[in-house]
Design a protein around this ligand. Structure first.
Ligand code: NAX
Length: 326
């Protein structure tokens, strides 16, 4: 049996946590041979609810689950962890400006960044889900300078999965036929699902779906507004699909990417495609199971460039709003 890896999840008593933890413990994230110890981190008032989640995890008798730490203490929570999945954050309330949300959540992520740097395992990788996830990731990364910048990630896989399904449904094919649908930029309504470079059954998506107006007027807005549509229908934000995207992202990072394909995740920009260095920006990525790189040479037409710049500008604005936390 392999040595267990330690996986911290913040906001563990929340909606996403309730779907995510059981999938990690079942082996869906790290595979059927990899035991795990879960570190569940919550704020003090949520500890009783978290205790209920712990009891349910125990009641699954998962063979791969070798221990549970449930705590509101960040030092204990991040002690020796190999992965930190930062899901918990404060949701936007009515009347709250984006700046207010950035500032409230920003303070959470300065503290968590520092605690991760002080306590986590040498190989720790950090994946931010709590919104605004790109900028929260930027804040945590800048408060944990001892951890290399290639270990920080922000989630755009839910956007990718949403986009893949929309293309598959329109083309009348299985989702497995859709490849290389990259999300560029911020996880917000400005993110850009790059249909020009997507393939359906090995052919350019724009050759299979010969309907330029559909891509611009239906596809992009549907993907960009999907989160809001789910809130409207369910009265709650996406949770199971978000947890699924967390599993997909980590699995994509810890396994070699199949040849000729890529996946989307927010990473620290190295200036590729002219995107400002240091921003947490979603690119098409490939992994060898240990290291990842940004796919180079993707064709960028005028329309794509305009969209990529718009979402980059939003990230620059967010960065400026939290400048004092960096
Ligand atoms: P919930 O409100 O159900 O749960 C959040 C949990 O975080 C709560 O239990 C709360 O007590 C806890 N929490 C708050 N502050 C904390 C702190 N400082 N330390 C530890 N825990 C803390 O939200 P849920 O639906 O689970 O969503 C969690 C986050 O994911 C939200 O910020 C949400 O906006 C974000 N999402 C991000 C997505 C993405 O694609 N990047 C998609 C889904 C989701 O909207």
């Amino acid at each position: 049996m392999k040595t267990p890896i330690r996986v911290a999840v913040t906001g563990a008593a929340g909606q996403i946590g309730y779907s995510l933890l059981f999938r990690i413990a079942s082996g869906a994230m790290f595979g059927p041979e990899q035991p795990v110890i879960l570190h569940l981190i919550e704020i003090e008032p949520a500890l009783p609810a978290l205790n209920g989640v712990v009891m349910e995890l125990q009641d699954c008798a998962f063979p791969l689950l070798k221990g549970i730490v449930a705590t509101a203490d960040l030092n204990a929570g991040f002690k020796d962890v190999n992965w930190a999945l930062l899901v918990g954050s404060v949701p936007r309330k009515q009347g709250m400006e984006r700046k207010d949300l950035l500032s409230i959540n920003g303070k959470i992520f300065t503290g968590q960044g520092k605690a991760i740097a002080a306590n986590a395992a040498k190989d720790v990788r950090i994946f931010v889900v709590g919104n605004p996830c790109n900028t929260n990731c930027l804040i945590a990364m800048n408060n944990a300078k001892s951890i290399p910048s290639d270990r920080w990630f922000a989630m755009t896989m839910l956007d990718q999965n949403r986009a893949v399904t929309q293309l598959a449904m329109k083309a009348g094919v299985d989702t497995t036929e859709v490849k290389n649908l990259a999300i560029w930029g911020n996880h917000s309504s400005t993110m850009y699902p790059d249909y020009f470079n997507a393939k359906i059954g090995g052919k350019p998506a724009t050759e299979v779906i010969k309907h330029e107006i559909w891509f611009k007027d239906t596809f992009i807005p549907t993907v960009q507004q999907r989160g809001a549509a789910i809130i409207k229908a369910r009265g709650l934000s996406s949770a199971a699909s978000a947890a699924n995207a967390v599993v997909d992202t980590v699995r994509n990072l810890v396994n070699p990417t199949p040849a000729g394909t890529c996946f989307s995740v927010g990473v620290c920009s190295d200036g590729s495609y002219g995107i400002e260095k240091g921003l947490i920006y979603s690119f098409p990525i490939v992994s060898d199971g240990k290291n990842w790189k940004i796919v180079q040479g993707v064709e960028i037409n005028e329309f794509s460039r305009e969209k990529m710049t718009a979402t980059e500008n939003e990230l620059k604005e967010e960065k400026a709003m939290v400048a004092e936390l960096l």
